[in-house]
Design a protein. Structure first.
Lengths: 106, 553
């Protein structure tokens, strides 16, 4: 997954949060190719990425949807350390789980 | 259907004008969606919303390029992780999923048990037959039902005089429908087909059948002459046994959910609490892990979408028909190689099984959040040597969560038919009853005990009716009574019953109720009676799992 298809890019090691506008987060994981997934902390609809890995990675959101929940939009939340840029906002269709946000660190 | 329309509307409104989703022209989206949702090709149905969104975005801005449309194209590109969820939905029906399921039964046991254990904590489920049966442990019918399938064996008696042993099989109408039709097995809030019928009719309806194992089925047949004896006796007909076990009742229950506004703060709070205490977390993680595996295979073996080409196709036909045909060809070509990987078949099967469990956990959470206000119950009862009855019952449950649950019943029982010159009317009886249930030990453990205290009052205007079997003779004589003779037995008036019951709830869906009861009389006999009841029931995790070996046993 090259840099130009990631939803969020940033400096390796950057700490930041992402949010989803709808649905209920049940669990969140940081997934790096050929490495075990790492559980991420979340509060409400905001997930913290403690350190952006180098190269390709993704955040997996395990979700539950209430009746009448609309599609969810994943957005960059707060940048705590480093430089992070949002290239586009990923959409997760209501009722679907998991949802993915693609990251790229350089 | 209304919920789906609401979701589409809310998505359009809330996404705002700056997002790509906001570029969807509602009329184009809904027109294309309306047609592709009914498309016979599963891949078109699965990706319908994403195809409609792409076409709408192109119609709104003909110059849109692959970079600007990236999020929409990601969802259609099998090499992208965001297309994986729908890829699984699209391919599952055509794969030999059922064969592969047996191979993953072991890995499913943990999540199945998690779902069963979550169901075990509910005090509101009616698994056995109700109080009017001749083999029952239940004095007051509960508002909830088995979400999937349950089997209960009960012995003991509460209201009736004749003790018995019954086997009760209960299932949800929607589960049966899905098993038979294989329809949309993983839908939760976005069910496509038969939405209203499924949500309003099948889902809230549970059906159970009760077999009285102590009764013999019998049939009246003509005799052909006296076989022994010196005194001629005129016996024209006799009842002959036709089999052990007799269908003693059929029950249909319809659960009415409390009226709620899904967007109200009160419902949102209830929903959050229900989700936190549900099996959704474990089942969603199972879905996520298996989806990851499918995504990784697709990333290495699926052909990438030609993004500029599909945009050109969308530009050339604003109706979206060419886009759909293009996507069908892409799906056919690009999915060939990954689907030859035997691991992806197992992984997709795993996801589908986990989705079925997730769906049940979702429905549980919804019921928990909305609450059962009323359950309507109809019983068709065939008691031994008594007239058939139709019983109509209204059940209300109030669950205080911390202080236990109160259940109230009110019912009337009507005779199926009234013979000529009958000295009784259609009304058999009316009754009200209440029960208090509380989990007393092991709330946070897989092994729980639940205490139930129940009181029951029944009033019947006439004594009970006893059908005199064909071939019965007048006592002390050889004079046969005519077929169809009925006699009053017992007494009219009030019948009081109280019961104390302890239910042991083991892990994996097993319940063992043990009760003692006192009644001032029974339906056929006068004088008080002390009785005991014991039973065992099993709440299966998945009806489909029964046929694939993955029921979590």
């Amino acid at each position: 997954m090259p840099k130009n298809t990631a939803n969020i890019t940033g400096t390796t090691g950057a700490k930041f949060t992402i949010t989803i506008s709808s649905g209920t987060i049940l669990a969140a994981f940081l997934e790096v190719p050929k490495q075990p997934k790492v559980s991420l902390t979340f509060s409400g609809n905001e997930v913290t990425i403690p350190s952006l890995p180098v190269g390709d990675s993704r955040v997996r959101l395990d979700l539950a949807w209430a009746p009448a929940d609309p599609d969810g939009t994943i957005s960059l939340g707060t940048v705590i350390t480093g430089t992070v840029t949002e290239r586009n906002k990923q959409i997760v269709r209501a009722g679907q789980t998991p949802g993915y946000e693609k990251l790229f660190g350089e | 259907m209304k919920i789906r329309k609401l979701i589409v509307f809310c998505a359009a409104v809330l996404a705002g004008p700056t997002s790509l989703a906001g570029q969807e022209t509602p009329s184009v989206t809904s027109d294309l969606e309306a047609s592709c949702r009914k498309d016979p090709r599963p891949e078109i149905r699965a990706y319908c919303k994403d195809l409609a969104a792409l076409q709408a975005a192109v119609n709104q801005d003909k110059s849109i390029d692959a970079d600007k449309a990236q999020v929409l194209l990601d969802k259609l590109d099998f090499a992208d992780v965001n297309a994986t969820v729908n890829f699984i939905t699209a391919t599952a029906p055509s794969l030999a999923v059922r064969n592969a399921l047996s191979k993953i039964a072991q890995s499913n046991a943990a999540s199945s048990n998690a779902l069963q254990t979550a169901g075990q904590s509910r005090p509101d489920q009616q698994l056995g037959t109700n109080g009017s049966g001749s083999g029952t442990t239940t004095l007051v019918s509960k508002a909830g039902s088995a979400e999937l399938l349950s089997l209960a064996l009960d012995t003991g008696v509460l209201v009736r005089s004749v003790n018995g042993t019954t086997a009760t099989l209960s299932t949800n109408a929607d589960q049966v429908f899905r098993l038979i039709s294989g329809s949309d097995p993983d839908c939760t809030v976005t069910c496509n087909d038969l939405g209203w019928f499924e949500n309003k009719m099948l889902n809230p309806t549970n059906v159970s059948a009760t077999l009285d194992l102590a009764q013999q089925g019998s049939k009246t047949t003509a005799t052909s002459g006296q076989a022994s004896g010196t005194t001629p006796t005129q016996v024209n007909t006799a009842a002959i046994p036709t089999g052990a076990g007799k269908l003693s009742g059929i029950t249909v229950r319809y659960q009415l959910l409390n009226r709620f506004d899904p967007r109200s703060p009160a419902f949102r709070r209830s929903w959050a609490q229900a989700v936190a205490g549900s099996a959704l977390k474990s089942t969603s993680e199972g879905i996520g892990d298996a989806t990851d595996d499918v995504a990784d295979i697709l990333a290495t073996s699926a052909t990438s979408l030609k993004r500029d080409e599909i945009l050109d196709v969308a530009r050339n036909d604003s109706t979206g028909r060419k886009l759909i045909d293009y996507f069908e060809k892409y799906f056919s070509d690009a999915s060939q190689k990954p689907l030859q990987d035997p691991k992806i078949v197992t992984d997709i099967s795993q996801v589908m099984q986990e989705r079925a469990l997730y769906r049940q956990a979702w429905l549980d959470a919804l019921h928990q959040a909305a609450g059962n206000l009323f359950t309507l119950e109809y019983d068709y009862t065939r008691p031994s040597n008594q007239p058939l009855t139709h019983d109509f019952r209204l059940i209300y449950a109030y669950d205080s969560q911390t202080m236990g649950m109160l259940t109230f019943n009110g019912s009337v029982s009507l005779y199926d038919s009234i013979p000529p010159a009958a000295k009784y009317g259609r009304l058999h009886y009316g009754q009200v009853s209440t029960e208090y249930d509380r989990t007393i030990t092991g709330k946070d453990k897989s092994f729980q005990t639940q205490l139930s205290l129940a009181g029951y009052w029944q009033y019947q205007p006439h004594p009970s009716i006893l059908n005199i079997p064909a071939g019965t003779v007048v006592p002390g004589t050889t004079i046969p009574l005519p077929n169809g003779t009925q006699e009053f037995v017992g007494a009219a008036g009030s019948l009081w019953v109280t019961q104390a019951k302890l239910t042991i709830k083991g892990s994996g869906g097993i319940n063992i109720p043990i009760g003692v009861s006192w009644s001032n009389k029974t339906d056929l006999l006068q004088g008080s009676k002390v009785g005991a009841q014991v039973g065992i029931s099993y709440n299966f995790s998945s009806l489909a799992g029964l046929f694939t070996g993955s029921s979590g046993q």
